[in-house]
Design a protein. Structure first.
Length: 109
């Protein structure tokens, strides 16, 4: 048995949960924060049998797209912050960060 932890952008979370559910994968959805942009994201916890891992990973890959987003850079350290005028830059966001972990035992009460 495996435990899949998938950290995805909030914009992709509902579509991914629906796609997983349509293929009979059960998941638990957690709100999380972090990453480069310090924005909210969603962490999904998915338990599955070893032979189902590739199918689950394909579903995650198909439903979590990369996109470009404009962000304002952080003010540089030091200097006069009043004269700093940030110019937005494009960064690539989205996709998924996925961890697949072995499960030693599973209990449901």
């Amino acid at each position: 048995m495996k435990l899949i932890l998938a950290v995805v952008q909030d914009k992709d979370a509902n579509r991914l949960v629906d796609a997983l559910s349509n293929e009979d994968f059960k998941s638990t959805k957690l709100s999380s924060t972090g990453g480069f942009l310090k924005e909210g994201n969603t962490t999904l916890i998915i338990g599955c049998e070893d032979h189902q891992v590739d199918k689950a990973l394909d579903i995650i890959k198909d439903n979590c797209s990369h996109r470009e987003q404009m962000v304002a850079p952080i003010s540089p350290m030091g200097g006069n912050a009043d004269s700093y005028i940030p110019k937005p830059v494009k960064v690539e966001v989205g996709g998924a960060t996925v961890f697949v972990l072995p499960v030693e035992s599973f209990h449901q009460y």
